[in-house]
Design a protein around this ligand. Structure first.
Ligand code: FEO
Length: 397
């Protein structure tokens, strides 16, 4: 009879023992439309070792999965690759229950876990350190800011398996545990969404870390991240995608994002979109009444232009536009050209604030912002169309 909450075998000695969070829809501001997984892995070496834990409410689920393979009380070592609570939340409960002989984290992980949970006695492993498990050996690669200062990779040479923490993962709850069992268009989209919303501001570091890990010449047959499926075939796919996303090369795609009160700014957005498309750009219109900020960030990841529209409300930006620009500014997108537009009734003010926010994001403003009093007439819509064409022209250069 099939039992619930089973581990998934990755190899004779490695098992996935994490948790599936089908219902989560908010991950610190990021809309996780497809839920997520918190991955933990069990290594059955002489020293039985658990790599990471899960978010606190899922501790029991993980312990049940471990119990489908071994008695959790036989775990000797726990490795914490990353102290963020989606991976460490259950650590205090697991330590109390399992009473492992030793717990390891990076030096900054030791500090973070002490501050989060007042856990003492965690031992630091540094860049280049290795740890014998008797019948297997772990090596550690510090990957600071991927995605917190404490983050590290753990490498199991005996299985040519890299436990990559947040890197190469995605928020995707599935019954399948391996990437090759899932439609690649879903993997690409959710991987991009994860990168855009979590790692984009760290793009330069990602490039350098990929370079560093590449120079280590680790033989890697599989990548086991902390979220989403395990890559056991063609591990070059996620690595190449990270290289491309981190490069943020300018493309022919323009994202027009806006909100509207009485459809004037909406009419302007559509005219700008028409001008862009007629001049050869690939266009994505994203009205903020129906598009979440994290979906906008995902579309911006591979865009060359970001055009932002807002009606004026009480002399300033519409709140949804301010929310978006605050979010995008923190993500530090590079290599974008940009423009602002919007309608107003009497005092205006929104377009000026949008332009100021875009300047703070260090994007290149192109053309003249278009402002329309009340409802755009044919001339105003032609002006919008011309702005779109001007941006499309610039994208071709
Ligand atoms: Fe999945 Fe940075 O935690």
């Amino acid at each position: 009879m099939t039992e619930p909450l089973q581990a998934t075998r990755l190899s004779d000695r490695v098992y996935w023992v994490g948790a599936i969070d089908w219902g989560v829809r908010d991950f610190h501001g990021y809309l996780t439309t497809r839920g997520t997984t918190y991955n933990a892995y069990l290594i059955l070496a002489d020293k039985i070792t658990l790599i990471d834990t899960v978010k606190a409410p899922f501790g029991r689920e993980m312990l049940h999965r471990i119990a489908s393979v071994i008695d959790p009380g036989t775990i000797d070592y726990i490795i914490s690759n990353h102290s963020e609570m989606d991976h460490s939340g259950a650590l205090p409960e697991v330590i109390a229950e399992v009473k492992p002989e030793r717990v390891f984290a990076s030096p900054r992980g030791v500090e973070a876990l002490a501050r989060h949970f007042h856990l003492d006695g965690i031992e630091a492993v540094k860049e280049g350190d290795s740890l014998s498990l008797g019948s297997a050996t772990l090596a550690f690669v510090e990957t600071p800011m991927l995605h917190w200062p404490d983050s590290m990779f753990t490498y199991l040479a005996d299985e040519r398996l890299l436990f990559s923490s947040d890197a190469f993962g995605m928020h995707l709850a599935t019954s399948e545990r391996f990437a090759d069992e899932i439609d690649d268009s879903i993997l690409e989209y959710e991987g991009a969404k994860y990168f855009a919303n979590i790692l984009l501001p760290l793009s330069n570091l990602v490039t350098r870390l990929l370079d560093k890990v590449g120079k280590l010449n680790l033989a890697i047959d599989a990548i086991a991240p902390s979220h989403g499926p395990v890559w056991r075939k063609d591990v070059g796919v996620p690595v190449r995608r990270y290289g491309s996303w981190a490069a943020q090369e300018r493309t022919n795609k323009a994202v027009v994002v806006y909100d509207t009160m009485w459809q004037s700014t909406d009419l302007m957005a559509r005219a700008i979109g028409d001008g862009l498309a007629a001049s050869g750009a690939s266009v994505k219109l994203m009205p903020l009444k129906s598009c979440h900020r994290s979906d906008v960030a995902t579309e911006v990841l591979d865009a060359g232009a970001l055009i932002v529209g807002s009606p004026s409300l009480n002399g300033g930006m519409f709140p949804t536009v301010a929310d978006l620009l605050t979010y995008l500014k923190g993500l530090k997108p590079r290599n974008l050209i940009s423009a602002a537009f919007g309608s107003y009734g009497w005092s205006g003010g929104a377009v000026e604030q949008v332009e100021a926010a875009l300047r703070e994001m260090n994007v290149e403003l192109v053309g003249e912002a278009v402002r329309v009093k009340y409802v755009p007439d044919a001339d105003a819509l032609s002006q919008c169309c011309a702005l779109g064409a001007q941006i499309a022209e610039k994208l071709r250069q």
